[in-house]
Design a protein around this ligand. Structure first.
Ligand code: KIV
Ligand code: NA
Length: 269
């Protein structure tokens, strides 16, 4: 019988096997990714990838719950983690608990993710103490793009101390794993060796305990821009555009629908 992975199972992979994470936002995509993945992340990247928003700042609780429910319906093995959207947790632990509990209750997901290190440690501890497993997210935290001054690599040179402190703080607070986004590979390797919870890298080199990519990026479906850390494992966007062009041409030439796609008054002999 299939049992869904839990945060404790992900934590137990530390030092044993790499943690495989992909984002998912819809039921059909969750269905195809679930068998191969340990974690399906309903990232707030959904705002940019599926809704055409210019950043993740406009993503709402309702969007995260709607997509979270869709991913739960399409999966039965992977742990589903849902991003807390911008503005839903930063005021303090009580606000964070109220919204995290709503996300968990209305979606059935097994954990939430939120952005921030040292300054979010108190909130992470508050949630974990009250039954909400938390995946942390440090380094480049896209919800802070305006204060960070762009989507830059974080933790280069002397700034590495800040990342080390963030990693230690979220570990101490009880996070079961931590995303390291756009961090030098050497620093990500050091942090992974230093802390007791799995690091999940995105643009953070091969020495992290696991890796995550945005599924539409790695399938070649989202092509507005391509960060250096994205490897395209398929070109589904190009394949789809070619299929649409072929359909349009066949409609215009009346090649589609051929008789095999049509119904007739008399059943053919
Ligand atoms: O929103 C997202 O997809 C994420 C991952 C890229 C880590 O936070
Ligand atoms: Na995110």
């Amino acid at each position: 019988s299939l049992k869904r992975l839990m945060p404790s199972d992900i934590l137990a992979l530390k030092g044993k096997a790499p943690v495989v994470v992909l984002t998912a936002y819809t039921t059909p995509v969750a269905r195809l990714a679930d068998p191969a993945c340990d974690v399906l992340l309903v990232g707030d990247s959904v705002g940019m990838v599926l809704h055409g928003l210019p950043s993740t700042l406009g993503v709402t609780m309702e969007m995260m719950i709607l997509h979270g429910r869709a991913v739960m319906r399409g999966s039965d093995r992977a742990l589903v983690v849902i991003d807390m959207p911008f503005g839903s947790y930063e005021e303090g632990p009580e606000q964070a608990f109220r919204n995290a509990a709503r996300i968990m209750a209305e979606s059935g997901a097994g954990a939430v993710k939120l952005e921030g290190g040292v300054h979010m440690a108190e909130t992470i501890a508050f949630l974990v103490a009250r039954g909400i497993p938390v995946m942390a997210h440090i380094g480049l935290t896209p919800q802070s793009v305006n204060t960070l001054g762009g989507y830059k690599v974080q933790g280069r040179g002397a700034d590495g101390d800040r990342l080390n402190a963030d990693a230690l703080a979220v570990t101490e607070a009880g996070a079961f794993s931590v995303v390291l986004e756009k961090v030098p590979a050497e620093l990500a390797g050091e942090i992974s060796a230093m802390i007791a919870i799995p690091t999940i890298g995105i643009g953070a080199g091969v020495d992290c305990d696991g890796q995550v990519l945005v599924i539409d990026d790695m399938l070649g479906l989202f092509t507005d821009f391509r960060p250096k850390f994205v490897k395209r494992y398929a070109e589904l966007g190009r394949t789809a555009a070619e299929a649409v062009a072929a359909y349009a041409a066949e409609v215009r030439s009346r090649a589609f629908p051929a008789p095999e796609f049509s119904f007739f008054d008399e059943v053919k002999k």
